[in-house]
Ligand binder design. Structure first.
Ligand code: AMP
Length: 341
């Protein structure tokens, strides 16, 4: 029997609950410090206790996964804690396309793929000298917004960068990525592309709550001005959003363009869950500053099914369950090569 395995963090509960609901065996690769938490959930059949998630690369962990014929579901923690080389070297079949995860982690590659998909990306600023509008300064990889900052000119940039270096939040030789700040309503668009059905599904939308940029918005400007702190964009949680129905057609077009571009640039393409992240401005025009080429933690708000999936499925369907359903179909129709790498 096929098993579903994932790292104990991010969206693992949703992924394994969904797998259980589909009748698959569930395996959690769990750090010792989290064992107490995950033992609370009876739908987890087996916990593989590790010192660090990098143990996935070790023989001991690998053989458990192999014996169980496991498919590993990648999520943000895998990307945050392992290099692209390490992820690509994992021998266990990975759901979706492990090669595209490098395109998510590297800022320049990310921008290239987004342009190829005709997504409206904010203008990048290659030299701090050229900052003449409000910009957001980002770190590489899935840093979760920690250490990001905003700047309005070169001096402002240097001052904040120096402050974050002295606080130990970012390192001196870290390459930072600067792009124009896009103001508007945050919308993180979650999709699933099935290579078995050759169909794109729109799953839902979430908003991220980020500290302490949000905390700053809750205090009067007088106090804001006195604050010496550089506010970061550290994700604390997510909440649901539904879009004006008139925006949906464009949402599907963006998702389809992304799937098509990925097929051209990084075979076998964008299979499985992914997310296009951005903001809608006052004219309901979308600017996209990010994508995630795997399940996002924002899908956790729809563990019992999303508004848009309730239009497609007559049972509660989380993203975790949708993944398990695809794996089951892949096994039954002997097409696992199409959905794993
Ligand atoms: P990211 O790592 O690119 O997902 O960015 C983390 C957070 O920073 C996002 O969730 C947004 O709140 C914010 N952000 C990133 N890029 C931009 C942008 N160009 N304009 C406005 N906000 C942004």
């Amino acid at each position: 029997m096929t098993a579903i395995a994932t790292l104990g963090s991010h969206c693992s509960l949703q992924v394994l609950k969904g797998a259980k609901d589909e009748g698959l065996k569930t395996i959690l690769i769990c750090e010792k410090k989290r064992e107490r938490l995950y033992r609370r959930f009876p739908f987890i059949d087996e916990l593989v206790i590790v010192d660090s998630f990098k143990d996935v690369l070790e023989q001991k962990c690998r053989s458990v996964l192999e014996q169980n014929d496991a498919v590993l579901i990648p999520h943000g923690t895998l990307i945050a804690q392992m290099s692209s080389e390490e992820i690509e070297s994992i021998k266990t079949p990975i759901f979706g396309n492990k090669w595209i995860l490098r395109w998510e982690s590297d800022r320049e590659m990310k921008e290239k793929l987004m342009r190829e998909a005709s997504l409206p990306v904010p203008k990048p600023v290659t030299n701090p000298k050229d900052i003449n509008k409000l910009v957001i300064v980002k770190r590489q990889g899935a840093a979760g917004g920690k250490g990001y900052f905003m700047a309005s000119n070169e001096d402002d940039y240097n001052k904040k960068r120096d402050q974050l270096i002295s606080e130990g939040t970012i390192s001196k030789d870290e390459t930072l990525y600067i792009q124009e700040y896009a103001a508007g309503v945050l919308a993180y668009l979650q999709f699933f592309y099935s290579p078995l059905k050759e169909e794109l599904e729109f799953f839902g939308v979430d908003q991220r709550h980020e500290s302490d940029i949000e905390g700053l918005a809750r205090i009067p400007s007088e106090q804001q001005l006195k604050s010496k702190k550089v506010p970061s964009f550290n994700v604390i949680g997510n909440s649901p959003l539904v879009l004006r129905e008139s925006l949906l057609d464009e949402v599907y077009v963006m998702g389809e363009n992304f799937v098509e571009a990925s097929k051209r640039i990084v075979a076998p393409g964008m299979n499985g869950p992914f997310c296009i992240e951005g903001v809608y401005d006052e004219n309901a025009r979308f600017t996209s500053f990010e994508f995630s080429a795997r399940i996002v933690a924002g899908s956790n708000i729809y563990m019992d099914g999303s508004p848009y999936y309730s239009l497609l499925f007559n049972e509660s369907m989380s993203m975790g369950r949708r993944i398990a359903m695809e794996v089951k179909t892949g096994v039954e129709t002997n097409q696992m090569d199409k959905i794993t790498t």
